[in-house]
Design a protein around this ligand. Sequence first.
Ligand SMILES: [Zn+2]
Length: 751
Amino acid sequence: IADWQQITGYFNRLDAASDRISVKEIGKTTLGKPMIVAFISTPENLKNLESYRQMSQKLADPRQVKSQAELESLIKNGKTIVSISCSIHSTEIVASQMSMNLAYELVTANDDETKEILDNTILLLIPSSNPDGINIVANWYRKNLGTKSEGTSPPELYHHYAGHDNNRDWFMLNLRETQNITKLFWQEWFPQVVYDVHQMGQNGARFVIPPFFDPPNPRIPPLILREVGLVGYKMAADLQAANIGGVATNTTFDTWWHGGFRSAPYYHNSIGILSEAASANLMSPVVITRDKLVKSGRARGLNSPLETATNHPDIWEGGTWRPIDIAQIEMTASRALLQLAAKFRPRYLRNFYELGKANLERQKDEPQAFIVTAGQPNAETVARFLEILMWQGMEVHQMTRELEIVPDRNKPNDFGEIPLGSFLVFTNQPQKNNVLSLFERQVYPQRLNANGEAEVPYDVAGWTLPLQMGVETVAAWQIKDLAQHRNTLRKIENSNQARKILNLKVTNGSFQALPNPLKSKPKIGLYRGFTSSMDEGWTRLVLDNHRIPFRAVTDADFRRKKLDYDAIIFPSQSEKEIVEGLKAENYPAEFSGGITEQGVENLKNFVEKGGKLICFDDSCELVIKRFNLPVKNVLNNLKRSEFYNPGSVVQLKVDAGSALSKNLGENVAAYFINSSAFEITDTNKVKSVARYAEKDVLLSGWVLGEKYMNGKTAIAETDYGQGKIILFAFRPQHRGQTFATFPFIFNALEK
Ligand SMILES: [Zn+2]
């Protein structure tokens, strides 16, 4: 296993030895390591990198192309910009190692096919989009070779804040890594093809590639879906020609959700490819018996890895599965993609341009603009929201005179005034679909299996960003006399310009931490076990981003210590995970065992003596049970044919009487992801602070069986001994995106 220093060392040596590769740093990781991209092409192309970058940038914005002749010249002379990114998920380690082989092959081979690739494309090879995790995994793997823990996942998140959720951040840009690559892609290089290389579980198909499964997101241009499918089929055909079995298309992964490495490109008119290879045990081979393949069972679109189908014509019968098998498949797939990008270079460039151009025309179901209205109380959140949009290349304008707009699509003659200081985001910009997908409410199609159960989507169903962030926006279906007023609009060039308009202090650098919202200085503890809870990581990110000091409370602290805190937060984790932790049969004693029963007793003692306990979603179960609270999660025993909500924005009704609801309105949008809904059986003891709305609870996404959550408690509080317990039925800090519900956390933490 090569760690990050070795990988970057290797790439630097290739750079020194070959004029077909040029390695650049694109910023630092969360833990301060360099992130690199290797530009691979012919020596001539690499000498003129900047001019090729400018060509791609022009094609990305058809308004910059002044004539048909200029367009034809760009298509004739430009190169297909392709990016391949490896091992964002660090336990899916093989691609990061494979990246060195791929680079070596491309810079040394002299066959016609390689020459054609180098002539026609510029490859931006990212050996890892999560370098910190490469080191975490490499260190863990080396330390445990030959022990019972060989090949296990490390007992910590492989991204400091997000773990596996680091690939859920591509429209939110909470993480340094996402910010760096988003800048590389959508401020600088505008790749026409982006390929993100992953691994999945061990026992299913060997390799899953596009076309993807249903449902497609309606905001992805149909041409993009077709081109994604074409690349997938080229990969599949090349793998079959090499006699590699077990390759499946049209299964498991869909294109509904917006926030992945390969999905963000769809909203920039680019082709995004995901491949998922079956895993080994990190870099150790595994034996996959036929029995394991049988037991792996059904995936969406594939009944069994042992069944032939049109989307899976050649089965893999089982046997030894080695990292080198994975690497060879990924190399073949990468070359298949590069061949297409080279051979059909003019087609990729023209399609890319035409999609951007089509977006400049408004369609009838689209508003003219979205308006971020002036005078919102949460100016810092508004500023962050605008910074997120602009960082991904979205255009934002400031109004310098009042405008009148039609806010209601069904009342085209009713104009309303928009105050000065508001911001406009026009839909007719090259990345129109990004604007629409982030501002609109998602309506996920009701998809049920034959037995009436909800079909599980790949990720969440709704994400509408202004709702999640509690930023007020209005759709403008018509702007009165826009042509006449256009010169009164000012394009915002950077986030500090927006901050000035919002009367905020300018900041140094991008995505700076926000001011600490707490008035008091509570001693805060955040439970941090060894089971790598992403929810713990996101909680940490929210606290760090708001400069709120806290300490991690470990399993060992719970077992032995007096818990010396004012408040302890439990992120969303199951009772079993918290109490039992990692299994001793797989992990060394220092990492296994959870907080134990003794820890539960110590926790009770902590609250009885006056401590405050704050639980998010799943962890409420532990406290309700062990503390005998008169609260019940009414969703607990429902079937997926009765109730299902895989990730949606929902409406809360907030009780104004509680200290927890300070600075919050009556209506707050919250994030619900397979979350809970409480019924309080003794209202003298436990108080409801917020409920899910009695009707129209769904704001964006999908809820099956809405009635089960209607009117149920979403936040509850109760005294316990001299202390207090606060139960969140949902995750108020979900993926660091839900700024709308962060204030509940801050209020809960106040002394
Ligand atoms: Zn992955």
